[in-house]
Design a binder for this molecule. Structure first.
Ligand code: 5GP
Ligand code: ZN
Length: 114
């Protein structure tokens, strides 16, 4: 999709630190990390947010969860724990309208989130 930062990252038009890639999923390091580990797991196809996920996207979403678990182990977060989340819309704090999950860890998280 034109004018979408993450579509440009997927196509290579904007450079990023790629951590993992397959036919459906791209994982990069967040440019403004909120913890020692801060990965962004995004769908390669443009989906605006979790609100726009459909039945046809079930394999993609499961794939993202599997990749998240593999990368959490690889980054040394499995024992300590971590957070996996997606922000939706204005009040949800979503700043990039292209479906992505934050995998954040390496420090103690607090609850409730701000
Ligand atoms: P959101 O606010 O939509 O949940 O998350 C968007 C995230 O994308 C933010 O954490 C922000 O730091 C990150 N981000 C925005 N632009 C870029 C970019 O060009 N490169 C990378 N690696 N991360 C970005
Ligand atoms: Zn996009």
């Amino acid at each position: 999709m034109e004018d979408c930062i993450f579509c440009k990252i997927v196509s290579g038009g904007i450079s990023s630190q790629r951590v993992y890639e397959d036919s459906q999923v791209l994982v990069i390091r967040d440019i403004n990390p909120q913890a020692p580990v801060h990965l962004l797991l995004m769908s390669k196809k443009h989906i605006a947010s979790a609100l726009d996920v459909s039945e046809a996207d079930v394999p993609l979403i499961v794939r993202i969860m599997v990749v998240a678990s593999q990368l959490a182990r690889k980054e040394g977060l499995a024992e300590r724990g971590f957070r996996l989340l997606t922000n939706v819309g204005r009040e949800g704090g979503q700043s990039v309208p292209h479906l992505h999950f934050h995998l954040i860890g390496g420090r103690q998280m607090s609850w409730p989130p701000g």
